[in-house]
Design a binder for this molecule. Structure first.
Ligand SMILES: Nc1ncnc2c1ncn2[C@@H]1O[C@H](COP(=O)(O)OP(=O)(O)OP(=O)(O)O)[C@@H](O)[C@H]1O
Length: 273
């Protein structure tokens, strides 16, 4: 009898612990977001809560608004003429469109693009570029940040003996990991990735995918991908976009095995897109 009470208590304790660790904080909260390129509406009433330290994949056919949505999260669309946005994007409790400090926002929400876009300078200078722009001049401090960031991007061992060489001499896959190191060097909370492996060979793709999986311990990651297997491999949650709307957003395992909407099912099973 006594044993069964203890067992019961143990079970309850374990359940409570499990519940606490599985409830992650919302990092990015998007409410009724609409975006127009001039007259043309590209996003329709998009609402989504993105959890901290998870990987969220954005999938959907070409032209459905995935990249447009991704770029709203660090206001990259502000750079495009004629863009109009309404709705709300709240990161850590602040509406990002309320502040004029876009530089602060882009420090907190970093970005990695489809093609590696390193500067024509050394590996070291590429990674140190952002911290230097922030005013860090101390050599030891810069050395530490560069090493830490390259380690964080799982490329330190490959480049540690050639930090002074041109970054453009690296392979495409290595360049993309240095781009990730360059993003990490700014100590962001969130990293946006727009099809980061679409220009890479399968082995480099695998390395970047492994890296993304490891990075979610430290960052909130939102990734646009056309590759269904990639979304299934790296992400915790998946949002399916169609014609500028989110049709379904759920656990990745559910989206790929038991989606609620027929259109999601048609897309993930390759019936269109
Ligand atoms: N700078 C722009 N000016 C005008 N229209 C744009 C601009 N960028 C994107 N669009 C339009 O907005 C819609 C959404 O495009 P977006 O690039 O966000 O889609 P996507 O889902 O990321 O596509 P893909 O998978 O092909 O990259 C498309 O109709 C596109 O033509």
């Amino acid at each position: 009898m006594a044993t069964s009470v203890i067992e019961h208590k143990e079970t309850r304790k374990n359940t409570a612990t499990f519940k606490n660790t599985s409830e992650k904080k919302t990092k990015i909260s998007v409410h009724n977001l609409n975006l127009f390129y001039g007259e043309k509406q590209a996003l329709f009433d998009v609402s989504i809560n993105i959890k901290e330290k998870e990987v969220t994949a954005l999938i959907g056919p070409s032209g459905c608004g995935k990249s447009t949505f991704l770029r709203t999260l660090n206001r990259m669309n502000d750079l495009i003429d004629g863009v109009n946005i309404n709705g709300k994007i709240v990161i850590d409790g602040e509406d990002i469109y309320d502040s004029n400090d876009v530089i602060k926002l882009r420090t907190k929400v970093g970005m990695v693009f489809q093609k590696p876009n390193l500067f024509p300078m050394s590996i070291f200078d590429n990674v140190a570029y952002g911290p230097r722009m922030q005013g860090i001049k101390n050599r030891a401090e810069l050395n530490r940040i560069v090493e830490e960031s390259l380690r964080g991007a799982a490329i330190w061992d490959e480049v540690k003996d050639r930090l002074k060489s041109s970054a453009l001499g690296l392979s495409g896959g290595q360049q993309q990991r240095v781009c990730i190191a360059r993003a990490i060097a700014m100590k962001p909370d969130v990293i946006l990735m727009d099809e980061p492996t679409s220009a890479l060979d399968p082995i480099s793709t695998l390395k970047v995918e492994e890296l993304i999986a490891a990075m979610k311990n430290n960052f909130t990651i939102v990734i646009v991908t056309h590759n269904m297997q990639q979304a299934a491999r790296v992400s915790d949650k998946t949002a399916f976009f169609l014609n500028g709307e989110i049709i379904e957003f759920d656990e990745t395992s559910k989206i790929f095995s038991m989606p609620s909407d027929q259109r999601t099912e048609d897309y993930v099973t390759g019936r269109f897109g």
